[in-house]
Write a protein that binds this ligand. Structure first.
Ligand code: GDP
Length: 446
């Protein structure tokens, strides 16, 4: 569902960016598309309407600054409003109601969403950061493996788990956990409920029973952030039936664009409290609305990237390159062409911001203090190669490497880095070439 929203916004803002001034009609047209996009993304009508209205009010009232384009300005306003909607009135997303010991936390969600992992992560966080004594219990009576998984996690992170007693029902386990937490002097007890592959009546009835026995202080729904539209349906179902107090979005280390967050916030009215960023036990962070908003808008806008590239590239050069890539050819001359484009398009910074999955790489580049200088160095290295070497970089072994580096007045190390980069890009181009241009856009955009 998110491709839709991002593509649309991307298209709209790109059009705005190209126009010198922003008329009231332009704003209206753009925002109409924003609204449609939001609706298509299953944001409820009132929320979409409020969203657009807020943006319109803010956009119309603002004088157009000279230093930014009107498009950029609208993007900023839309971004801020997204943050506002995502954050709600929830000042501190990571705050949990766990004051009265022992505080029960009910973990709910579908099987495979990362519920058990998140239970462990959260227990560890409560122990390490809040100094809480935590007890964890698995209620998944259908899957003994799930109970064992939690016990193993407990040992790993130094958090107690309720001893497993065979043959007990989920309700019996919940009662025992409550008792043990009370008499054992625990601050918090977490119940990892059973998951199913999809919502079913039996599951819901069971979770309801458990809820009524322990009266949870927090009922956290764990959802896979990569499942998009399904995540929203899941959230709605659980909220209607069980009543949730917050959401944990997992797998946000993947390519998900965070659209699920916006819709879920709108649909359930409940805050996203945490995001899971990996399989490790410390890969849990409090939800940051601005980050997700940036992801929704930043959205690896490969379409804009291509358009921009098309503007600056000589049309025939682009054509020639595309054909070569499709054949799986990508040599040093191609790389040089790309590097020159990058310099023209505002360097690494500008490029990386537009490419999906490049955020991490961008961070590394920033951290290493790299900039256009590196691009120019790389171009110099390629210039210092012979025609043959450019066509076939494999030729570059020890003595040739030294000569090329020396010719550019640089270290062999830098040349090695360039060669590695070339290999990676060649691999990528080959994959893209196989998909054709359309497939390439879809793949990178999705
Ligand atoms: P459950 O069936 O809902 O209890 O799911 P699990 O906790 O067993 O998780 C299923 C798989 O997802 C495991 O391999 C986890 O390591 C993985 N996983 C959980 N959370 C995350 C996350 O935030 N990022 C990534 N990359 N993997 C996760």
């Amino acid at each position: 569902m998110f491709e839709n929203l991002s593509e649309r916004l991307g298209g709209v803002f790109d059009r705005l960016t190209r126009q010198g001034a922003l008329s009231e009609d332009d704003v209206k047209t753009a925002l109409r598309e924003v609204r449609v996009a939001l609706l298509e993304a299953d944001v409820s009508l009132p929320v979409a309407r409020d969203f657009v209205k807020a943006v319109q009010d803010k956009a119309t009232g603002q004088a157009v600054t000279k230093s930014v384009t009107p498009g950029q300005q609208v993007v900023k306003i839309v971004h801020d409003e997204l943050v506002h909607v995502l954050a709600g009135d929830n000042e501190d997303p990571g705050a949990l109601k766990i004051d009265n010991a022992p505080a029960p936390i009910l973990m709910v969600g579908l099987q495979g969403s990362g519920k058990t992992t998140t239970t462990g992560k959260l227990a560890k966080r409560l122990k390490d950061r809040n100094g809480k004594r935590v007890l964890m219990a698995s209620l998944d009576t259908n899957r003994p493996a799930a109970m064992e998984q939690l016990a193993i996690l407990g040992t790993q992170i130094g958090v107690d788990t309720l001893p497993i007693v065979k043959g007990e029902t989920a309700v019996q386990i919940a009662k025992r956990a409550k008792q043990q937490a009370t008499f054992g002097g625990y601050d918090v007890y977490m119940l990892d409920t059973a998951g199913r592959l999809s919502i079913d009546e039996e599951l819901m009835a069971q979770v309801e029973q458990v809820r009524d026995i322990v009266t949870p202080r927090e009922t956290l729904l764990v959802v896979d952030g990569l499942t998009g539209q399904d995540a929203v349906t899941t959230a709605q179902n659980f909220d209607d039936r069980i009543g949730i107090s917050g959401v944990v979005l997992t797998r946000m280390d993947g390519d998900g664009r965070g659209g699920a967050a916006l819709s879920m916030r709108a649909v359930t009215g409940q805050p996203i409290k945490f995001v899971g960023l990996g399989e490790k036990m410390d890969a849990l962070e409090t939800f940051e609305p601005s980050r997700i908003a940036g992801r929704i808008l930043g959205m690896g806008d490969i379409v804009a990237l291509v358009e921009k590239a098309q503007e600056t590239l000589e049309a025939e050069q682009a054509e020639r390159m595309m054909k070569r890539f499709q054949k799986g050819q990508f040599n040093m001359n191609d790389l040089k062409g790309q590097l020159e484009q990058m310099v023209k398009m505002g360097g690494m910074e500008g490029m990386m911001g537009m490419m999906p999955g490049m955020q991490k790489m961008k961070k590394q580049i920033d951290a290493a203090g790299l900039d256009d200088k590196i691009l120019r160095h790389q171009i110099a290295l390629i210039d210092s190669m012979t025609k043959k070497e450019r066509a076939n970089p494999q030729l570059l072994q020890a003595s040739r490497k030294k000569r090329v580096a020396k010719g550019a007045g640089l270290e062999v190390q830098e040349l090695n880095r360039l060669l590695k980069q070339h290999r990676q890009m060649a691999d990528m181009m080959k994959k893209m070439g196989k998909m054709g241009k359309k497939g390439m856009l879809r793949n990178l955009g999705g």
